[in-house]
Design a protein around this ligand. Structure first.
Ligand SMILES: Cc1cc2nc3c(=O)[nH]c(=O)nc-3n(C[C@H](O)[C@H](O)[C@H](O)COP(=O)(O)OP(=O)(O)OC[C@H]3O[C@@H](n4cnc5c(N)ncnc54)[C@H](O)[C@@H]3O)c2cc1C
Length: 405
């Protein structure tokens, strides 16, 4: 039986483990975090990815755990409402698209795989060496082991990509902005509501998926690449405080809350672009291979579809991993590229350059419900993401029952 080591136990990793098992492979997942990382932010599952989740038997549960967000409110520096829109339109969701907390999705994927997949938590790969019969893998803690294939599903700053393909600076394309997100007290008592406060070159939001004690604060800002701050939480917090100093609305309170936040996150909004997603017996899936950036809203869907296609193509290739990896890439690349193109235009709408643009956008949002071509305008806003999200057909691959290892 083909032994596959998957680095990363999040969306791409757990989905790949699920389908690998279905096709009769023997997957092991190595996850750096000491336990399942079930925190996080809202993410979307759209288009073709819904079909993958459905085929896993998880769609009803995913829908049941959907965020059910209701409204997005735009406010000025004094907290006065400037415009509103439905949460569905704000998130670019149409039809059956679902928004869910990342942690809820990862938890469901883990539950669907934990009984027949070996998970190694608190572990990380330190070396990969191809031998005639596989890949000899060394680990931070455990003894070395040999696997037939190794797949990097370890996210934007992928460890496997660095080990097998080279420095991330070759593959990460900065999109001119940074993002920060962390948990804050829900002092506004928000309930399934999203608040946004736009300012030139930067934008702050706060949302809560239910009227609980916690909310998320979100910051977007235009900025050059800042690689040196990536591992320094103190400097990241300082940077955020500097960029948003003097901004009105609830910003001072949100910035005060960052010190106590258990999950402070700041990173560049970057896209992964690579010529090839495999090298010998090693391949990449999800953000590690083609992270489209949070601005695209399609990272989760690409990870779900990519994992499904990779497992299916390896099964079809029946032991010829080179052919399987090549077919995975041929099938996924046009879909990936179309979705990656969403990010740049979305960013333009998320962080507006000038006060005049903000005034114009708010005016349009206020007028929209009364305009004669309202439905067509809404249709035009949602069209690019819907087209990209459905730009692949989910095929059937021969699903063999898992054999005992
Ligand atoms: C703030 C923010 C908002 C977002 N909003 C959206 C959205 O609205 N819609 C959307 O579709 N997507 C969104 N995304 C993107 C989405 O989260 C990712 O595209 C998606 O999670 C990709 O899944 P993945 O499994 O490829 O990577 P990840 O979810 O990043 O998982 C990588 C996993 O690898 C593990 N790992 C890392 N290094 C190692 C190592 N050395 N060894 C072992 N394991 C390791 C990590 O702990 C993690 O569990 C957002 C992302 C961010 C940061």
């Amino acid at each position: 039986m083909t032994n596959i080591l998957i680095s990363g136990g999040s969306v791409a990793g757990a989905t790949l483990a699920f389908w690998a098992r279905r096709h009769g492979f023997n997957p092991t997942v190595v996850e750096r975090a000491p336990a399942l990382r079930d925190g996080g932010y809202k993410i979307d599952i759209r288009g073709a990815a819904l079909e993958v989740v459905d085929r896993m038997g998880l769609l009803d549960e995913v829908r049941r755990r959907g965020t059910d967000m209701r409204i997005a409110r735009f406010v000025d520096a004094k907290g006065r409402q400037m415009a509103t829109m439905s949460a569905q339109l704000f998130g670019g969701r149409t039809g059956g698209d679902v928004e869910i907390m990342r942690g809820d999705l990862v938890h469901l994927l883990y539950e669907a795989t934990r009984n027949d997949v070996e998970y190694l938590f608190g572990e990380s790969i330190t070396g990969l060496q191809e031998t005639p019969d596989g890949v000899r893998v060394s680990f931070e803690n455990g003894p070395p082991r040999t696997f037939d294939l190794v797949i990097g599903a370890d996210g934007l700053h992928s460890n496997v990509r660095a080990l097998a393909f080279g420095a991330e600076s070759r593959f990460l394309h900065h999109l001119g902005h940074h993002i920060s997100i962390f948990t804050v007290p829900n002092h506004l008592r928000l309930d399934r509501t999203e608040m946004m406060h736009p300012a030139p070159g930067r934008s702050v939001g706060m949302y809560a998926t239910r009227q609980g004690d916690d909310a998320k604060a979100m910051f977007f800002f235009a900025s050059p690449p800042r690689a040196h701050e990536r591992r320094d939480l103190g400097r990241q917090k300082q940077l955020l405080a500097e960029v948003f100093a003097g901004q009105g609305w609830e910003v001072p309170r949100l910035l005060d809350a960052m010190e106590a936040a258990p999950d402070f996150y700041l990173d560049s909004i970057s896209q992964v672009r690579m010529d090839h997603w495999s090298s010998g017996r090693v391949a990449l899936v999800g953000d590690a291979a083609y992270g489209p950036s949070p601005a695209s809203g399609q990272g989760t869907s690409l990870a779900l579809v990519g994992a499904y296609v990779l497992a299916g193509r390896l099964a079809l290739a029946a032991g010829d991993h080179t052919a399987g990896f090549a077919a995975y890439e041929r099938e996924m690349r046009p879909f990936v590229e179309q979705n990656q193109r969403l990010a740049a235009s979305n960013l333009k709408g998320m962080v507006l350059k000038s006060a005049a643009r903000i005034r114009f956008q708010m005016l349009m949002l206020r007028l929209m419900p009364r305009l004669p071509g309202r439905d067509r305008m809404i249709e035009r806003i949602a069209e690019p993401i819907r087209t990209a999200a459905t730009a692949i057909t989910i095929k059937d691959y021969p699903a063999r029952p898992a054999q005992p290892s």
